[in-house]
Design a binder for this molecule. Structure first.
Ligand code: DOR
Ligand code: ZN
Length: 345
């Protein structure tokens, strides 16, 4: 029997939502992941330390009592964010990082940042106290082609912010381009990047060729094949710059399958099987643990997980096509390939 053992993974970018959806999807992540950075783009967003503490309590209440899962909370950066509140929440251990959404870039980002100069005092304070900034890296200008928005964001927004805020630790979230891979690699120890499960598997043909496939639509949108290959090379390299952030983002089927469908791929259920398949295809199973379990804690200055996870290779694994929630069904990411690695209980 072929098997591998690794430290239990963490998910450095996760959407758990709230209410009925939270109750349905939180156990899907807690089954395999020990910790996760929890995105704050609820409606209304998680903007204060008090909001984050209350949301953390709702997440814990949604999980069975004996679940060993730690949500690492984030604040949603707005132009009104109070630097003192960030410092207090970070110092008290309520939050791990702050999330920057350019206003209008993605789901529930309307309260995000329009004028980056307005958040300068918060960013400077974060640099002082060592609180990382998680960045959704896309410009929102209508005249910029959606497939170019990540590369343009790096030049126009991210690089200037990093130059004017020395010491600010930044995570480029869910990078999707060769430019993102290269910029992250060149950024030194204060710059990291998460890569999702689905961006290692799909390119833009999966969304658009042969009929539109709403369940492959997410933001940043999947790009050309050359970019997917750059992401695969980065993720499987073992380079500590890159770590797993699934960006598992549940929306119910009716909200995905409509004239204006929501962005997000739901990968919490089968991520570890998909990743093992991808890393095996790249001849890099020995680098899987770095990507899922070592590089993220090292960037965030947190201890690695002591508990081990075993992955066993065999007949193709089965996983549900959909997760039932009281809000409606949520489709699980279909990697369009058999998955041979299962997480052994
Ligand atoms: O595809 C996405 N879905 N990208 C994001 O940035 C947000 C997320 C969501 O919240 O649904
Ligand atoms: Zn996200």
């Amino acid at each position: 029997m072929e098997q591998i053992t690794l430290r239990r993974p963490d998910d450095w970018h996760l959407h758990l939502r709230d209410g009925a959806m939270l109750r349905a999807v939180a156990p899907e992540s807690a089954r395999h992941f020990t910790r996760a950075i929890i995105m704050p783009n609820l409606v209304p967003p998680v903007v204060t330390g008090a909001d984050a503490a209350a949301y953390r309590d709702r997440i814990m209440a949604a999980l069975p009592q004996d679940t060993a899962f730690t949500p690492l909370m984030t604040l949603y950066l707005t132009e009104d964010t109070d630097p003192d509140d960030v410092a207090q929440a970070h110092g008290d251990g309520i939050i791990t990082s702050v999330k920057l959404y350019p206003a209008g870039a993605t789901t529930n980002s309307a309260s995000g940042v329009r004028d980056f100069d307005k958040v300068r005092p918060v960013l400077e304070r974060m640099a002082e106290i060592g609180c990382p900034l998680c960045v959704h890296g896309e410009v929102t200008d209508n005249e910029i082609d959606i497939f170019d928005r990540e590369a343009v964001f790096i030049d126009r927004v991210l690089d200037p912010i990093r130059r004017t805020t020395p010491g600010l630790r930044v995570v480029m979230e869910h990078i999707t381009t060769r430019q993102g891979v290269e910029y992250a690699r060149s950024g030194g120890p204060d710059l990291g990047a998460t890569i999702t499960t689905h961006h290692l598997v799909i390119n833009r043909n999966h969304i658009l060729a042969g009929g539109i496939k709403p369940h492959y639509y997410c933001l940043p949108v999947a790009k050309r094949e050359e970019h997917r290959l750059a992401l695969r090379a980065a993720a499987t390299s073992g380079d500590p710059t890159y770590f797993l952030g699934t960006d598992s983002a549940p929306h119910t089927d009716p909200l995905k399958e409509q004239a204006c469908g929501c962005a997000g791929c739901f990968t919490a259920t089968n991520t570890m099987s998909v990743l093992a398949e991808v890393f095996e295809q790249e001849g890099a199973l020995d680098k899987l643990e770095a990507f899922t379990s070592l590089n993220g804690p090292a960037f965030y200055g947190l201890p690695v997980n002591e508990v081990q996870m075993r992955l066993v290779k065999g007949d193709p694994v089965s996983y549900p096509e959909k997760i039932a929630t009281d809000d409606g069904p949520v489709t699980v990411f279909d990697p369009q390939m058999p998955l041979h690695w299962r997480v052994a209980e």
